[in-house]
Design a binder for this molecule. Structure first.
Ligand code: 7RM
Length: 669
């Protein structure tokens, strides 16, 4: 295992946690899925998992052309689902609700300054159609890529849905990423258009999105013909005539009807760039039909969506959670969603609870880092707000430590609301492991079990499945599922090598008719009850305050600085953020000391913040003459992680090329 030392605490809780919280009878009585239904679904999926997904796809989605082929595995592990079917995702999220729910609220949105806007399903339909028509008029056609770089406002959902409507493939870039990261993603996707805003507000600051787009386009991005700008702040922006157009102008005299583009189920709905252990972020490519089925059914089952629910997922649309549980899954179920533009501490730590109260939120889905940050502010803050409408709580993004789980349960859930700890990834498209709130007894810190239709296993270093319970090792998924990623955009080799090659050549497996193992990159423990505990990443992917980052990206940002020769970045446990970033840096020339070290360290932290985005800013920079390397030249990250944590070095350093450097790293030389 790559980083067992950071897993100790998670392992400990997975072994010692004995508290069990069965679903409340009154919740279970009204739940869409109760224990009996869950076991029926499991049986059905176990008997024939392809037929199981096919039944759901037929029943739950509206097809313009129903499919007859459920799963095509001829090119496995490039699986295809529902291949001869045609549908439109925006039709499924909007139009199909108009007959009965045209006047129901689809979106309630609050800006950081406190301004509220709402859209009924009819209004959402009209706005989506207008933008869709305007995009078409700008020359955006089916199959083109559109980069979306917007604040957390309804326009982000409208833009995504408008792309889906015309069959354009969107690639949303998180507004917290800098111009440089934006440029890499625009170029990676060869985008034809960018949709942005004059700015957004976060933590009291204006985020200058349009300025970052201008900067990105000034240094490349030849493919971009048009930039659509939504007016949010009203602050003046630079303008490139012929390229830049105002959203409100291009949609002003545009029809509010736009016939959906019926696309094949496999048509790429979106790319989402995500960090891996090496190199540049990968463009994870998702489908239309399979993805929507995953988003739809998990929203319905896990969040137990009923007609009267008001669902708030706090994730930004720049991350996969904001795709599946803001822009697509709940709307596909005809649910009302809440969106919030700003930060959780603005103007104070009561903001989330005030929003829950003011908009009557019934289902609240957030990240452990937010729970920990809010818990730290004390229970008197949530106590000021009426949270009585809440009926279900969720967690996502990283392992939730049992203390945070218990706080959520006790202070927000008043010891009666179910908590769904949902495990999934950008790559999986939708939640794969989670309790069902009316059926599954929960344990603080465990995502419990795979959903019906999902087959998980734990394997050892050699890829052998470990049978029985009380198993620890690599988490793998053994059967394809509809919402899985289809490929890495423009790099299928990377798709094969990252997810399918850890335990042997997937193409050889195809020839020999052996099962494929999707390697999630997480380590996990399955306890004696068959419950899964996600222990953490096996690779160099970090989760910093819920944001997925690769150490390699931060390293390449650092070495772009003129004084840096080499850098190694590791994660270090952080009480609130989950992980913080520590960088070990070798400078060109002499190792900086004293004032120079202090100044350069500040400068490098700013430099990374500027080039990647503030979320990637290292907590600490340490200058060293050398990095600890093995004789084969590999950086010994495990050792760096121990040093960063300030803990005793227990690992064997005799394999190091330069064992003497350990003293310097520890600050003793
Ligand atoms: C949805 C999302 C994926 C990685 C994944 C895990 C970690 C996510 C949980 C979790 C423990 C959870 N997508 N992770 N959810 N770990 N319990 N409930 O976060 O692509 O950004 O990250 O996040 O390590 O591999 S992601």
């Amino acid at each position: 295992m790559n980083k067992p030392e950071s897993l100790q605490e998670n392992i400990r809780s997975s072994l010692t946690e004995t508290r069990l919280f069965p679903p409340h009878a009154d919740f279970a009585a009204k739940a869409r899925i109760d224990a009996r239904k869950l076991s029926e679904l499991r049986d059905e999926a176990a008997a024939d998992h392809v037929a199981f997904w096919a039944r759901l796809a037929h029943e739950e989605l509206d097809w313009q052309q129903p499919f007859s082929i459920a799963l095509d595995d001829a090119e496995a592990p490039n699986y295809r689902w529902f291949t001869d079917g045609a549908l439109n995702v925006s039709y499924n999220c909007i139009d199909r609700h108009l007959k009965t729910h045209a006047d129901k609220l689809a979106i309630i949105s609050e800006g950081e300054p406190g301004d509220v806007s709402t859209y009924t399903f009819q209004q959402l339909h009209d706005e989506v159609c207008k933008l869709a028509n305007a995009l078409k008029a700008l020359g955006v056609a089916k199959g083109d890529r559109v980069v979306i770089y917007l604040p957390m406002a309804p326009q982000a959902v409208i833009a995504m849905q408008a792309c889906a409507r015309i069959g354009a493939t969107h690639s949303v870039v998180f507004g917290g990423f800098s111009a440089q990261s934006l440029r890499d993603r625009i170029e990676g996707a060869n985008a034809k258009a960018v949709i942005t805003a004059d700015g957004g507000t976060r933590g009291g600051h204006v985020v200058e999105l349009k300025k970052a787009v201008d900067e990105a386009l000034a240094s490349g991005c030849q493919s971009v013909a048009k930039v659509v700008v939504y007016r949010r702040t009203g602050k003046p922006v630079e303008w490139t005539a012929g390229r830049d157009v105002w959203w409100h102008e291009i949609t002003a005299n545009t029809s509010a009807e736009c016939e959906p583009e019926w696309v094949n189920a496999e048509h790429p709905l979106f790319l989402l760039y995500t960090s891996g252990s090496t190199g540049k972020p990968k463009g994870i490519q998702h489908s239309s039909g399979g993805y929507l089925l995953g988003a739809h059914i998990t929203s319905k089952w896990i969040f137990d969506l009923h007609d009267s629910d008001v669902f708030w997922c706090t994730a930004d649309v720049g991350w996969v959670t904001g795709h599946t549980y803001v822009a697509y899954g709940p709307l596909s179920n005809g649910a009302t969603i809440v969106m919030y533009e700003g930060g959780p501490m603005t103007p104070d730590a009561g903001r989330f609870w005030k929003i829950c109260q003011d908009h009557g939120v019934t289902i609240f889905y957030t990240a452990p880092t937010a729970i920990r940050a809010l818990a730290k502010m004390g229970e008197q803050i949530p106590a000021r707000y009426d949270l009585s409408r809440l009926r279900l709580l969720g967690s996502v993004g990283e392992p939730i430590n049992p203390e945070a789980w218990m706080w959520y349960h006790r202070v927000i859930g008043h010891e009666k609301l179910p908590i769904v700890d949902t495990w999934w990834q950008t790559e999986t498209g939708a939640i794969l492991m989670s309790p069902l709130p009316g059926a599954t007894a929960t344990k603080p810190g465990s995502c419990t079990q795979p959903l019906p239709g999902i087959f998980a296993e734990i394997v050892d270093e050699a890829g052998n499945i470990i049978e029985g319970n009380d198993a620890g090792g690599y988490l793998v998924i053994t059967k394809p599922w509809p919402s899985m990623l289809r490929t890495v955009y423009d790099d299928n080799e990377r798709y094969l090598s990252t997810y399918w090659s850890q335990f042997g050549d997937p193409l050889a497996a195809r020839r020999e008719n052996k099962p494929f193992l999707y390697v999630a990159g997480d380590s996990a423990h399955r306890d004696k009850d068959g419950y899964y505990w996600i222990l953490g990443r096996m690779d160099d992917v970090l989760k910093v305050a819920g944001h997925r980052l690769g150490t390699a990206e931060v390293e390449s940002a650092l070495v772009a600085h003129p004084r840096v020769a080499e850098a190694a970045v590791v994660g270090r446990p952080h009480e609130i953020k989950g992980e913080g970033i520590v960088a070990f840096v070798i400078c060109k020339g002499e190792r900086p000391v004293d004032d120079d070290a202090v100044k350069l360290s500040r400068e490098l932290r700013e430099f990374v913040s500027k080039s990647m985005g503030p979320i990637a800013k290292p907590d600490e920079i340490r200058f060293t003459d050398q990095l600890p390397k093995t004789r084969s030249g590999k950086i010994m990250r495990r050792l760096l992680r121990s040093v960063a944590k300030g803990e005793a070095i227990t690992q064997d350093i005799s394999t190091l090329e330069n064992p003497g450097i350990v003293e310097q790293l520890l600050g003793r030389a």
